[in-house]
Design a protein around this ligand. Structure first.
Ligand code: DNO
Length: 340
C-alpha cells in the first residue's frame, strides 16, 4: 500500500510540511473544496495543487472527492449536461496525472454524525453516531462537517424530492451516471472509486444504497469495467457488524482502488463512536492481512481521528490522532510484509 493523508487545501489548518513529516508518507489526497458540484475545475488550479503537493515532497494521485451533482442523483433532466461537466473534469484530472477519483452517491448529505465531540474516558473526544438521536442532531448544513461541498439549492426542497424516490430509482440513477462516466475515466487513465454511505443505512428517510457487501457486488456489476471500483472504507462498512471486512477485501480486492482504514466502537444498535485506529471493534490487523494477501499496492489513508493533546481542529481531521493512525498502519504493514 501507499500511505496517503487527506488535506483540505488552503482552508486546512494543517500545513503540508507537517504532513510530510509523517514517517513513510507518500501522497496527499485533496480536492477543490470551494467549487460546488457541477462546476468546472480549472486546469490551472489543478496544476497549482499538484505543484504544491509535489513541491512538499508528496504525490497527488487521488482526488477525494469530485462531487456528484444532486440533479444526477435525483435523475433530473439536467443530468445529461451535468454528466458531461463531470467528464470534462475527469479529463482535466487525467491531464494532471490523477489516478483515482473517490466520489459518493449519498443523497443530499455526505457522511453524518449525531455528535462531533463526544468525551472519552482518556480526556480526548471523538465523533459519534446514535440513530436514536438523529432528530435532535445538529443540522448538518450548519455544523459544517468537513468535506461537504456547498449546495446551490434549498436542502429542504431537495430532501422532499428525494423522499419520493425509491432505492431502486437511486440505483437506476447511479447506473446512468456510471455508464457515461466509467468509460471516459478509463480512457483517461483514471479509476472511479465509490465511497460507501456513511453511516451505511437510511438517515432522515433518504434512500441510501451503498450500504453493505451485497450493494458493493451490485455496484461492480452495474458497469463491468476495470475503471468502476471501490473506496473500501472500513469505518463506513464496519458500522454494520454483519459485514465481514477481511473476507470482503479478499473477494473484491482487485476492484479496490483506495482504502480508508479506521476503527470504531459499537455502543448499541446503529450506534458507534470513532475509536483510535488500534482500539475499536473492527479487526484492523485482519483487514491489513487481507490487503497483504491480495498484494494491495494502491493508496490507503488513515481516516478520522479523535481530538487529542488539546488539538483544536476540524472534527475527525486533526493532525495528531490521524498521524498516530498512520504510524499504526505502517507498523502493521511492515510486520506483515516481513513474515516469511
Ligand atoms: C469523510 C469522508 C467522506 C468521503 C466522501 C467521498 O470523512 O470519508 O467525506 O470523502 O464521501 O465522496
Amino acid at each position: 500500500m501507499q500511505l496517503n493523508f487527506r488535506w483540505f487545501g488552503a482552508q486546512d489548518p494543517i500545513p503540508l510540511a507537517y504532513i510530510r513529516q509523517i514517517p513513510r508518507i507518500q501522497g496527499v489526497v485533496s480536492a477543490l473544496f470551494d467549487i460546488p458540484a457541477g462546476h468546472d475545475w480549472p486546469l490551472q488550479r489543478l496544476e497549482a495543487l499538484r505543484r504544491q503537493i509535489n513541491g512538499a515532497g508528496m504525490r497527488f494521485d487521488v482526488v477525494e472527492s469530485l462531487p456528484v451533482h444532486e440533479d444526477i442523483k435525483l435523475g433530473r433532466p439536467s443530468r445529461e449536461r451535468l454528466v458531461e461537466a463531470y467528464i470534462a473534469n475527469i479529463v482535466k484530472l487525467g491531464q494532471v496525472g490523477v489516478k483515482v477519483i473517490c466520489y459518493n452517491f449519498m443523497p443530499l448529505f455526505d457522511w453524518f454524525r449525531t455528535e462531533l465531540a463526544m468525551p472519552l474516558a482518556d480526556g480526548s473526544n471523538t465523533m459519534s453516531y446514535k440513530h436514536a438521536d438523529l432528530n435532535s442532531a445538529p443540522d448538518p448544513w450548519k455544523t459544517k462537517m468537513p468535506a461537504y461541498f456547498a449546495l446551490e439549492e434549498d436542502p429542504e426542497r431537495l430532501k422532499a424530492e428525494y423522499l419520493g424516490l425509491s432505492t431502486e430509482d437511486v440505483w437506476a440513477n447511479l447506473a446512468y451516471f456510471l455508464e457515461a462516466v466509467v468509460p471516459a475515466a478509463g480512457e483517461h487513465g483514471i479509476k472511479m472509486a465509490i465511497h460507501p454511505d456513511d453511516p451505511p443505512w437510511s438517515i432522515f428517510g433518504l434512500p441510501r444504497i451503498i450500504t453493505d457487501d451485497a450493494a458493493l457486488r451490485r455496484l461492480l456489476k452495474l458497469v463491468e469495467h476495470p475503471a468502476n471500483g471501490l473506496t473500501f472504507c472500513t469505518g463506513s462498512l464496519g458500522a454494520n457488524p454483519a459485514v465481514d471486512l477481511p473476507a470482503l477485501i479478499r473477494e473484491l480486492g482487485d476492484r479496490i482502488y483506495f482504502a480508508h482504514t479506521r476503527n470504531l466502537k459499537h455502543i448499541g444498535e446503529r450506534a458507534f463512536y470513532e475509536a483510535s485506529h488500534p482500539e475499536g471493534d473492527l479487526p484492523i490487523l485482519e483487514v491489513m492481512k487481507a490487503y497483504r494477501d491480495i498484494g494491495f499496492s494502491g493508496p490507503m489513508r488513515p481516516d478520522h481521528g479523535r481530538m487529542i493533546w488539546g488539538e483544536q481542529g476540524q472534527a475527525g481531521y486533526g493532525l495528531y490522532d490521524r498521524a498516530l493512525g498512520a504510524a499504526y498502519l505502517n507498523g502493521l504493514w511492515e510486520a506483515l510484509n516481513s513474515e516469511g
